[in-house]
Design a protein around this ligand. Structure first.
Ligand code: NAP
Length: 266
């Protein structure tokens, strides 16, 4: 089996990367950065985001596993001291694959038929370089609201514990093929109205944002920040593609939520 390693590039992560590489090679696995079947991410959830984007072109062929060298992560749930155990498990080549939904983001440009599609693992946000973002929000072909405020965030279920949670969104189990729209400081008064609550949309529903004031925007796709000019619309839907994680032992999602946000020692 071919493997690659993504490190956060701090001292501990790099040391673990060297150890893991040596152990795995000793067990007969082949280091192949171009076409890995399994990618070890050593660092945090942010490191896993980088690993996912690096190998996004081969999601069908690659499974990810994360070791955290800081605090427990949602994508990085193995401890550094468990590295030998993990390497032995990987070398047996038998593991369960868990698939998580992804968010498809399509940006359509004005005055051309050009559109560019991105795949987010956590979320995509839209903000305006002006003080207030003004966007028409369309759900499944029907006008829903005219949003005025700091910005909008559309997250995946696995990204719901990240930026989405800070915006007051719900935590969604990643088995729910869905996407969640949350507001950033919407303007609500006698003149302007938004729903004022997070919306959870199922697969096959589409959300289209059309600029009322624009047409330049700051759009994020996970950790990537894009400055987009002449935007006609931004479309969100649950992707048919999924990201695959290698599971070697049960660590239920709700236990990770508990250990991350409530108490890690109980
Ligand atoms: P960063 O600013 O260095 O890290 C943001 C934090 O988000 C890190 O603590 C990271 O965990 C954590 N994180 C990432 N994915 C997560 C997930 N699925 N569930 C729970 N926590 C998660 O930025 P980055 O490392 O490049 O990551 C980009 C992400 O930052 C974005 O996708 C967005 O979700 C998040 N973000 C959050 C806020 C906020 O909460 N107000 C604001 C902007 C961006 P690790 O420490 O384990 O890497």
């Amino acid at each position: 089996m071919k493997f690659a390693i993504q490190s956060r590039n701090d001292e501990l992560s790099n040391r673990l990367m060297d150890e893991a590489k040596k152990y795995l090679t000793d067990f007969g696995l082949v280091f192949d950065e171009a076409e890995p079947e399994i990618v070890l991410s050593i660092g945090g959830d942010g490191t896993m985001l980088h690993a996912y984007h690096k190998y996004q072109h081969r999601l069908q062929e690659t499974a990810f596993v994360g070791i955290h060298t800081g605090h427990l992560g949602f994508y990085a749930d193995w401890k550094p001291e468990e590295i030998e155990k993990l390497v032995i498990a990987i070398s047996r080549k038998k593991f369960q694959v868990i698939e998580y939904p992804l968010l498809e983001v399509t940006v359509n440009y004005q005055d051309s038929n050009e559109s560019v599609t991105y795949l987010a693992m956590n979320e995509s946000t839209v903000k305006s370089p002006e003080v207030t973002l003004v966007m028409d929000v369309e759900l499944n072909g029907g006008h829903f609201e005219r949003f005025r405020g700091d910005g909008l965030c559309m997250s995946t279920p696995s990204g719901s514990t990240a930026y989405n949670k800070a915006l007051g969104g719900a935590i969604l189990h990643p088995s729910l093929a869905s996407m969640q729209l949350t507001e950033m400081a919407s303007i609500n008064n006698r003149v302007f109205r938004t729903v004022g609550a997070p919306l959870v949309l199922p697969a096959h529903h589409k959300c289209v944002l059309t600029p009322v004031k624009g047409p330049d925007f700051m759009v994020t796709i996970d950790h990537l920040q894009l400055f987009l000019k002449d935007v006609k619309s931004i479309e969100y839907q649950v992707s048919e593609k999924r990201v695959r994680f290698a599971r070697f032992r049960p660590f239920p999602f709700w236990s990770r939520v508990h250990d991350s946000f409530i108490d890690s020692d109980v």
